[in-house]
Design a binder for this molecule. Structure first.
Ligand code: DAH
Length: 354
């Protein structure tokens, strides 16, 4: 047994020494030190059959050999591992002067770009920028805006109704249980704003609106508007025109001639269509303005007393103007986009141009 141990020791040492790489060393590990069928273990298993005397001498010998071999083995293993790291460091050089990997940057949708620009203009005029719910109640979308049930004006704004009735969001002053719909315009924010902030008030509310439309190049079932409202004592049409001219100067970077034509909307009295002098032909007449010299830009008017009342303002004391700017339309005019459907298409070939 003693001899066998010695022989195994010599053999194993040689095997460890001669292992040329980590893989070979691992083979040696299995062959000699493997738990199941390793040569050393097999030999040690025989220890139990020895006499007590023999155990006393051979036991410590065997343990010493085991310790010696394992030390040798670990040293060799570390040697290989260190060499591997050194090699990796040497071959995998990092060139810190190389340009970084470009990370494709997204960009704002043209709708957002124009919206933010308008918000800036209005903020500079002391307007708040407000948000309103897209899932709106029948009350705010129609009734509070002087459009009672069965009013024919509802026909022009057919929309998507949501089944069932839900409790209105907290803070709403309308009826507690309401029919819900996808808002057809941003005008409901007028009443919400007056209720929340009181009057006098200056606010704009950009946002998405929804209509039941037959889709074509100029009609989509969801598009963006920017609502405006100014309420105070002694507000007149002159204020409306002044603010609109300031707005247009901000958008087109030059003075733009405007005119008001009568227009009907239940929530304003009087109501107007605001036209701008055609910027393409300078008013001489062209295909864009259909030879009229004028382009229809936005509907507006003086806030109807019933709407002021719905907002909690006294129409005897306060008056105001409101307007509904077609944000989507303005974006299309500005960038020469000839199909409204492109804006919500998510088509990168389109979006990457902005
Ligand atoms: N809400 C109307 C629509 O979407 C547009 C509008 C007209 C808004 C007149 C106004 C306004 O504020 O005064 O058709």
């Amino acid at each position: 047994m003693q001899k066998e141990l010695q022989k195994l020791g010599v053999e194993a040492k040689a095997a460890i020494e001669q292992a040329a790489d980590l893989a070979k060393l691992e083979k040696v590990d299995v062959e000699y030190f493997g738990r199941k069928d390793g040569k050393l273990n097999n030999l040690l298993k025989q220890l139990k059959d020895l006499s007590v005397e023999e155990k006393k001498t051979i036991g410590p010998m065997a343990n010493a050999l085991k310790a010696e071999l394992s030390e040798l083995f670990n040293a060799k293993k570390q040697e290989f591992e260190r060499a591997a790291i050194t090699q990796a460091v040497e071959t995998e050089k990092i060139d810190v002067t190389l340009p970084g990997r470009a990370c494709p940057a997204g960009s704002l949708s043209p709708l957002s770009t124009v919206q933010y620009e308008l918000e800036d203009i209005f903020r500079s005029l002391g307007f708040m920028v407000l948000d309103g719910p897209e899932l709106e109640s029948d009350y705010y979308n129609f009734e509070a805006l002087n459009i009672p049930p069965h009013h024919p004006a509802r026909d022009t704004q057919d929309t998507f109704y949501v089944k069932g009735t839900l409790r209105q969001a907290q803070g709403d002053k309308g009826k507690k249980r309401e029919k819900l719909l996808l808002r057809t315009h941003t005008s409901p924010v007028q009443v919400r704003a007056m209720q929340k902030y009181g009057v006098p008030l200056r606010a704009v509310a950009p946002g998405r609106v929804f209509r039941y439309e037959a889709l074509d190049a100029s009609h989509d079932n969801n598009f963006n508007q920017l609502e405006g409202l100014m309420v105070d004592e002694n507000i007149s049409i002159a204020n409306l025109i002044a603010v609109m001219k300031t707005l247009l100067r901000g958008i087109f970077k030059k003075d733009v001639k405007v005119r008001l034509r009568p227009g009907y909307f239940p929530f304003v009295e009087p109501g107007f269509e605001l036209d701008i002098h055609c910027l393409i032909c300078g008013g001489k007449g062209c295909s864009v303005c259909k030879q009229s010299g004028w382009v229809e830009l936005l509907p507006c008017g003086m806030v109807h007393p019933n709407v002021l009342r719905a907002g909690g303002a006294d129409p005897q004391k306060y008056s105001g103007f409101a307007f509904g700017l077609g944000l989507t339309r303005l974006v299309m005019m500005r960038y020469g986009i000839d199909d409204i459907r492109l804006l919500n298409s998510g088509d990168l070939r389109f979006l990457k141009q902005f």
